[in-house]
Design a protein around this ligand. Structure first.
Ligand code: HEC
Length: 114
């Protein structure tokens, strides 16, 4: 006999099986990804040392503005830099990022986005 929970589990299971085949994840909008990146930027307190979209943290003079970053850096550069800032800028004081690859991709989509 099927309980509600059994049925719910079956729906979740079939959804997770279908997702890769139907490309539901790929259909997610760039904007949704950037929104998650924006949340990571806030959680990680990047704003402390940077300015972005007119919002400056108390030490924004330290890291400067990240507006228009895409004109200057590409995703590969930003990824390498955030993973290990000193590998790119030996004098860098930024700590190495401990974000997952997916979180990093979302953060970078936000940083390089409009
Ligand atoms: C403690 C201050 C501080 C914090 C917090 C900080 N940064 Fe920085 N950031 C800097 C400084 C200083 C630089 C200048 C280059 C260097 O010294 O590494 C920089 C440079 C950068 C650059 C390169 C900018 C360019 O024009 O090349 C990026 C991208 C960046 N930070 C992103 C971030 C992100 C994303 C976060 C949050 C995960 C963050 N920063 C948190 C201080 C900080």
């Amino acid at each position: 006999m099927n309980t509600i929970i059994d049925r719910y589990g079956a729906i979740l299971l079939s959804a997770s099986l279908l997702t890769p085949a139907t490309g539901l994840l790929a259909a997610e909008t760039d904007e949704a990804v950037r929104e998650r990146g924006r949340a990571i930027y806030a959680e990680q307190m990047c704003n402390l040392c940077h300015t972005r979209d007119g919002a400056s943290g108390p030490m924004a003079h330290v890291g400067g503005s990240l507006d228009g970053l895409a004109a200057k850096r590409d995703a590969a550069w930003v990824k390498t830099y955030l993973r290990d800032p000193q590998s790119v800028i030996p004098s860098s004081q930024m700590p190495k990022s401990t974000l997952t690859d997916q979180q990093l991709a979302e953060l970078i989509a936000f940083l390089l986005g409009p």
